[in-house]
Ligand binder design. Structure first.
Ligand code: PLP
Length: 369
């Protein structure tokens, strides 16, 4: 099997699994319990908090564990909406941000989408309403386009707004520093960086007033109620540490492999456009837009060759809807335009990429025929 869909999810690092194992077996105490058996779990959570904080340029007290990126995005936007702030999300956000923003807009009559330019960046002539909560992702999951978060933070703060950043795809793939970038709230997810699924984190800048989404116990400093997923948290912590140590691998070997993949396909596939190529992008992502064939047919043919790639975000793929990201960027989307996303990881080999370069032109030809 050739797995080139790492923006959907990643392989669990075997070392991460080993670190989680004791907390799925012998060390099962509730970390809030008062005896020393529970202290091991409580200490493990605090260590993971430090590991995650270090990866993203935060202090441990600013990191609160959640069930994943979706919950973190919902929690941050809900908190801002409860303060009566209009929620403005860019048109290319992940569904967990975009749908939430649209739901608030419908409910309150305030808030709307922030259009993007052809390169995928938020439109520079957009008039941000005063006091809004602007949601801008650090890296786009479909195209890999990276936003200039420090400059967007200045722009939002000049309008007395808050900046929420979905950093799910950026963390562990490029160096990010939430504090120095001026981010107010941010979402992170472990399974995008070789950690387990169902665990993520919400960053809340120190001193920011926050309205918790869930009512319940006092876990996570009152920011997120519910007994902690200790094994998941421990796995996230180690995955974050390993991702930080191996950032150079992503920006070196993997970027070179990705660039080679794009160069070879551009020379073999006529009409191929790489979405967002004019902007800085994640080192692992390519969104290939190819007129003349149907996405589903191409994906099915590649699947028969044992190659796992997708049409974009996993949710959009399930719904068979044309990508809202490509549409917002003004790229052609429709039944006879194939949109194929490849996303590499530190486990990707040159042989994996060579197989795609060989098989994709064949699949396109057969699908077109
Ligand atoms: N945000 C982005 C940009 C994503 O790519 C994803 C995952 O697909 C999410 C949020 C949701 O994260 P999770 O799967 O942890 O809920």
């Amino acid at each position: 099997m050739i797995y080139l869909d790492n923006n959907a999810t990643t392989k669990l690092d075997p070392a991460v699994f080993e670190a989680m194992r004791p907390f799925l077996t012998d060390s099962y105490a509730n970390p809030s319990s008062p005896y020393s058996f529970a202290r091991q779990a409580a200490l493990a959570i605090e260590k993971a908090r430090e590991q995650v904080a270090l990866l993203v340029g935060a202090t441990p007290a600013e990191i609160h564990f959640t069930s994943g990126g979706t919950e973190s995005n919902n929690a941050a936007l809900e908190s801002a909406a409860r303060e009566d702030r209009p929620v403005i999300a860019t048109a290319v956000e992940h569904a967990s941000v975009r749908s939430t923003a649209l739901r608030f807009a419908k409910r309150t009559g305030k808030g709307r989408l922030w259009p993007v330019q052809a390169d995928g960046h938020p439109a520079s002539d957009f008039a941000l309403p005063r006091g809004s909560c602007a949601a801008v992702m650090w890296a786009n999951n479909e195209t890999g386009v990276l936003n200039d978060i420090p400059s967007l933070a200045r722009e939002v703060h000049a309008q007395e707004g808050l900046l929420h950043v979905d950093a799910v795809q950026a963390a562990g793939k490029v160096a990010i520093n939430l504090a120095s970038a001026g981010v107010d709230t941010a979402a992170l997810s472990a399974h995008k960086l070789h950690g387990p699924k169902g665990i993520g984190a919400l960053f809340v800048r120190k001193g920011l007033r926050f309205n918790a989404l869930l009512a319940g116990g006092d876990q996570e400093q009152g920011f997120r109620a519910g007994t902690e997923n200790v094994a998941g948290i421990v796995g996230f912590g180690l995955a974050a540490e390993l991702a930080g140590r191996q950032l150079g691998e992503l920006t070196g070997r993997i970027r070179a492999l990705r660039d080679q993949l794009e160069a070879e396909l551009l020379s073999r596939v006529s009409g191929l456009v790489i979405a967002g190529a004019a902007a800085p992008r994640l080192p692992n992502t390519s969104m290939l837009v190819i007129p003349g064939a149907e996405t589903e047919a191409v994906l099915a043919l590649l699947d028969m060759d044992g190659i796992c790639v997708s049409s974009g975000s996993a949710c959009a793929a399930g719904a068979h809807e044309p990508s809202h990201v490509l549409r917002a960027m003004g790229l052609p989307v429709g039944p006879r335009v194939a949109t194929i996303r490849t996303s590499l990881s530190r486990f990707t080999t040159a042989e994996d990429v060579a197989a795609l370069v060989e098989r994709l032109p064949v699949a396109l030809q057969r699908a077109a025929g």
